[in-house]
Design a protein around this ligand. Structure first.
Ligand SMILES: [Zn+2]
Length: 468
């Protein structure tokens, strides 16, 4: 995808003078020669996009606050679980805002919501942006939300600037980015990327209350044809670009005082479930030489994970044991079963996979040495990393510069719907600072100013890519 400088100039004219883009579609050859000769553009913008772009920060904040009230836990925490009553109400809220921003709204079989602003050239593929609004228990109101409500506001910004898209612009609200209900993260975007295995697996998937995925989806008005989710799949190349605006969920931008993060890559996540089984027994009666303690096997494996991650030699390799359960879980009982869940990530897929292999070898060795059974070693998911598309990175950087906003190239260590959208579309992400890097808790916060900056960069990037 190429982006021509002439288009930027055109955009400035549209924004500055509300000229019709049609009238300025081809650059005057004389101007081109003069520019080549002087080395400077003849059409210096009269004022930058930053002065013509007005984000309605007050209304956007009101919307963010109102959306946060569709929650199953009291404010300031937000809990919004897939296909729950609050989720359905929140979806209605989003669709109403999309419609009142002049977008035509459609939904697919799992409830991915699309709001479309048609372009001048309907045969061209659209440029898309979006994120999610589901929220894990007791989390905050900005994660994902900024990339949905902020994206709709970016459309409003462009409308107020009299911008006319050449390629259609679409805002997508993805279904279930968080794995809370069915244990599958980025459910909507994984399906959009055309995942037959997932579509099949969902037929047998139930939540913690044994409610099937399809029953839950139907209760929310989706998946009426329960045998087939292939209608959700997008063909590769369905969009010419996809950009997601998101809070950083880390402290770097705030620490460095930089308002915009331009994402060059999303780290490759993997998760593993491990079970050990031993004989258990009474904590007093069974003497140490006669034990095979499943709990100690888990503890040893947890430390082995840390060792293998550190030995990769790269700061980008990380590993976490966020779940460690012992059975029967009594102080006077030797654990007869242990269950660990390991999350490991890297921007280098090969390096991450070699860490996974070492963890597996350690699990086998530990089981042997401790005379316990390794009853499960299951790699739940092992996703490749995604690289941002070079032309989208260029457009995001150019937009930041034109808006006089400092930016920093960075890696997303958390993963997002963008990781999966990258399989069907060139992808890019924009990060904004969040307070102390807090996320997934009620203290999660971004200032209206930081959100407005993100919305402006998104708006200008969408405009550039729409004209490309
Ligand atoms: Zn998110």
């Amino acid at each position: 995808m190429s982006f021509r400088f002439s288009h930027v100039l055109h955009l400035f004219f549209i924004l500055s003078f509300s000229f019709s883009i049609l009238a300025h579609n081809e650059q005057d050859p004389t101007t081109k020669i003069m520019e080549d000769f002087s080395g400077y553009p003849i059409h210096e913008p009269q004022f930058s996009a930053s002065t013509s772009f007005s984000v309605d920060t007050e209304n956007l904040q009101l919307q963010i606050d109102e959306l946060s009230r569709y929650s199953d836990t009291p404010a300031p925490s937000v809990t919004r679980i897939l296909y729950s009553e609050k989720d359905v109400l929140a979806r209605r809220f989003i669709k109403n805002i999309m419609a009142s921003s002049g977008l035509s709204v459609r939904e697919d079989a799992v409830g991915n919501i699309f709001g479309r602003w048609d372009g001048r050239e309907p045969e061209l593929t659209a440029v898309a942006t979006g994120s999610h609004i589901d929220a894990i228990p007791y989390s905050g109101k900005y994660d994902g939300v900024v990339g949905v409500l902020g994206a709709i506001e970016a459309i409003n910004v462009l409308r107020r600037s009299d911008f006319k898209p050449k390629r259609a612009l679409e805002v997508i609200m993805f279904t279930s980015e968080e794995p809370t209900r069915f244990g599958i993260s980025c459910l909507g975007s994984r399906l959009l990327a055309g995942n037959d295995a997932l579509a099949n697996a969902l037929k047998g998937t139930v939540d913690g209350q044994s409610i099937s995925f399809f029953d839950a989806a139907r209760s929310a008005g989706y998946a009426t044809d329960q045998d087939d989710l292939s209608s959700v799949f997008l063909k590769k190349g369905s969009y010419s670009a996809f950009i997601e605006l998101h809070i950083e969920q880390g402290p770097l931008l705030e620490d460095e005082g930089i308002p915009i993060g331009v994402i060059t890559a999303i780290a490759a996540p993997a998760s593993i479930k491990v079970d050990f089984e031993g004989n258990g027994g009474h904590a007093g009666a069974v003497l140490m030489p006669y034990r095979n303690d499943a709990g100690l096997a888990a503890a040893e494996l947890a430390l082995a994970v840390e060792k293998h991650v550190l030995e990769s030699g790269s700061i980008d390799t990380v590993g976490t044991i966020g779940i460690l359960e012992l059975h029967p879980g009594a102080i006077n009982s030797i654990p007869s079963k242990s269950h660990l869940e390991i999350d490991t990530r890297d921007i280098d897929e090969k390096r991450r996979n070699s860490v996974i292999e070492k963890i597996h070898q350690s699990a086998i060795t530990i089981a042997k040495n401790r005379n316990v059974t390794l009853s499960e070693f299951k790699i739940v998911n092992q996703d490749p990393p995604a690289l941002s598309d070079a032309s989208i990175v260029k457009a995001m950087e150019a937009a930041s510069k034109e808006l006089n906003l400092n930016h920093k190239l960075m890696i997303s260590r958390a993963y997002h719907d963008s990781l999966f959208m990258a399989r069907v579309s060139p992808m890019g992400m924009i990060f904004i600072p969040c307070y102390k890097g807090y996320s997934h808790k009620p203290e999660e916060f971004s200032t209206t100013g930081d959100i407005a900056n993100g919305v402006k960069v998104l708006a200008l990037t969408l405009a550039k890519l729409s004209l490309a």
